[in-house]
Design a protein around this ligand. Structure first.
Ligand code: HEM
Length: 162
């Protein structure tokens, strides 16, 4: 658990915003354009089409998720690992998801912000892949992380307490 309570969290959020330029409006632009592209994508679009009826609600949830992940705002409370363990997805889906996400982040965001989003997306994607493998009794390494995979930090403060 992150120590120090709300003031410390607010300072961390402010520091990330100052360093990267990320704010809630940037998160909304990124999430909206990314999921427009996801819906049109021949590899991953059909997986979403089969599960999502209410796209505006999904986008709102994913904005809260990215706000929690990128800005440590604590706006998202969910169990994304469980969700992905029940989906019919494999490495090709993860690779495509990350490609599309990275393209969109690089197009829309300044470099420091794009790098911040991409580093977290890769780390989370890898943790989903490792969770799915573990569920099938297998062990695998992180395929997408580029920096210090030995220093796995919690995805967000609340995760450390689980
Ligand atoms: C690689 C990084 C990924 C991240 C960060 C991510 C993040 C998320 C999050 C936060 C949710 C909402 C979970 C909740 O209900 O609280 C979600 C839902 C979902 N994700 Fe992902 N995801 C990733 C990869 C993928 C991939 C590769 C696919 C499939 C191609 C996928 C398909 C879905 C679908 C279909 C849902 C909705 C499930 C449902 O509500 O029935 N995700 N994702």
């Amino acid at each position: 658990m992150l120590e120090g309570g709300p003031e410390r969290r607010a300072r961390i959020t402010q520091d990330i915003m100052d360093r990267t330029g990320i704010d809630e409006a940037m998160i909304e632009r990124l999430v909206s354009l990314f999921y427009q592209r996801v819906q049109l994508d021949p590899i991953i679009g059909p997986v979403f089409a089969a599960r999502i009826d209410d796209w505006p609600a999904h986008i709102r949830k994913l904005c809260a998720f990215w706000s929690s992940v990128a800005l440590m705002s604590g706006r998202y409370h969910g169990a994304p690992m469980q969700v992905h363990m029940s989906l019919p997805i494999n490495d090709a889906h993860f690779d495509r998801w990350l490609d599309l996400f990275e393209q969109t982040a690089n197009e829309l965001c300044p470099p420091a912000a794009a790098a911040h989003f991409i580093e977290r997306a890769r780390r989370i994607g890898d943790s989903f892949e490792m969770g799915i493998a573990a569920q099938q009794g297998m062990v695998r390494g992180a395929r997408h992380q580029t920096e210090r995979p030995d220093l796995m930090r919690p995805l967000m403060p609340d995760d450390a307490a689980q």
